[in-house]
Design a protein around this ligand. Structure first.
Ligand SMILES: Cc1ncc(COP(=O)(O)O)c(C=O)c1O
Length: 383
């Protein structure tokens, strides 16, 4: 029998994405143009931002670029502090450092692995400029609590929604909870542009500033670029970066977003199946939920008996790849000196968690195979 080979991530690239890419290349306007505007409109639609909304979407080259720009918009600079979970993506820590600021590490909630709101305020100092809160895998943060903390302390929240594009919080689409929301559309995300990102901000003035900042500061009107044309004269009023999105990436993203409902439903079903099969099997703890409100990015389990690497090797021998998202920030040498609160949950769970394969339109046969192999591992550990 041929051994299965199941990757952790598998992009859903079908004939529509390939046709969109070919068309984009044939049009021949390779930089930022009409498709980027259409992509921004598609993102706004997913987030429920209608014409009356004061929120606007600005597409950029990566999620990291979106985070960097959000922090600059807030005015994060040399010697400032940004509170964020140590259990977060390195892109967030580096975006903070890129502004000359330092991350201050806060712990997470054990049941969702998202930021623990009750641990934030004790870390606020006169240097704190903002909090970055990240939705993780199949969970979203306690956004109402975060909004209260933001209001009480007059500190904005940057919502890292790299994992939750197309998800909801209490029935409201993600993108509406805080003053800054970023998305990533990198190769492994539920919706990919191959590489891409977006930032949602409040107010036309901020949108306009960001449109210049993503184009090395050039103030030429986005509307001109959106007609696949460029201006030859413009001003530069402030610091900017080459962070714009290109038409080719936007065109792929547009065809992905058209499939969002199917992508979300298939991933929710896969998570439900994982949970049903893996709950109550001893040393494995599977995150619980009905997954009704989320567009799940990853499904992970905790391996509770300290045998995570054996577990991963056992699965790999059976053709199942797994991942570890992530190592803790304070364990990286570059961030090891950063200020922090108690990180007991982070230190515990970063030794336990394993990401299982999760794909859009994943077959039930593959999930059955994976959960059977996991059950065999548990049996072996018991004997
Ligand atoms: C939580 C989180 N934030 C930010 C990023 C950075 O996004 P990008 O890879 O598009 O730069 C990622 C990417 O994996 C992520 O998972």
């Amino acid at each position: 029998m041929k051994l299965k080979s199941i990757p952790v991530f598998k992009p859903l690239i079908e004939k529509e994405e390939i046709a969109a890419a070919v068309e984009s290349l044939e049009i021949g306007w390779l930089g930022m143009g009409r498709s980027v505007q259409e992509f921004e409109e598609s993102v706004a639609q997913v987030c429920g931002l209608n014409a009356d909304s004061d929120r606007g979407v600005v597409a950029v080259s990566t999620g990291h670029a979106a985070l960097h720009l959000a922090l600059l918009m807030i005015g994060v600079g040399d010697g400032d502090e940004v509170i964020t979970p140590s259990f977060n993506n390195a892109a967030d820590f580096q975006a903070i450092r890129a502004c000359g600021a330092v991350p201050v590490f806060v712990d997470i909630n054990e049941s969702t692995l998202c930021i623990d709101p009750s641990k934030i305020e004790e870390l606020i100092s006169e240097r704190t400029k903002c909090v970055i809160a990240m939705d993780y895998d199949v969970f979203v943060c306690e956004h109402d609590e975060l909004a209260l903390i933001s209001e009480r302390n007059n500190i904005p929240i940057v919502h890292d929604a790299a994992h939750s594009f197309g998800s909801f919080y209490k029935g409201v689409p993600i993108g509406n909870q805080h003053q800054y929301t970023m998305f990533s559309f990198d190769p492994v995300k539920t919706i990919t542009c191959i590489d891409g990102g977006a930032l949602i901000v409040c107010g036309d003035d901020k949108v306009k500033r960001l449109q210049a900042k993503r184009l090395i500061g050039m103030t030429q009107p986005a509307s001109q670029m959106y007609s696949n044309a460029r201006a030859w004269t413009y001003d530069i009023e402030e610091l900017g970066f080459r962070y714009h999105m290109a038409n080719l990436h936007a065109a792929i993203g547009i065809s992905q977003i058209k499939k969002l409902d199917d992508i979300r439903t298939s991933r929710q079903n896969a998570c439900r199946k994982y949970y049903e099969e893996l709950k109550d099997i001893g040393i494995i703890r599977a995150p619980k939920g009905d997954f009704q409100e989320v567009n799940p990015f990853l499904y992970y389990v905790h391996v509770l008996d300290g045998s995570r690497e054996d577990f991963r090797s056992f699965l790999l021998e059976k053709g199942i790849d797994t991942g570890v998202h992530w190592q803790a920030g304070h364990d990286f040498s570059y961030f090891s000196e950063c200020k922090r609160g108690s990180l007991d949950i982070t230190n515990k769970i970063t030794k336990e968690i394993v990401s299982l394969p999760l794909h859009s339109k994943m077959s039930e046969e593959d999930i059955n195979y994976i959960t059977d192999v996991i059950k065999d591992y548990v049996k072996q550990q018991k004997s």
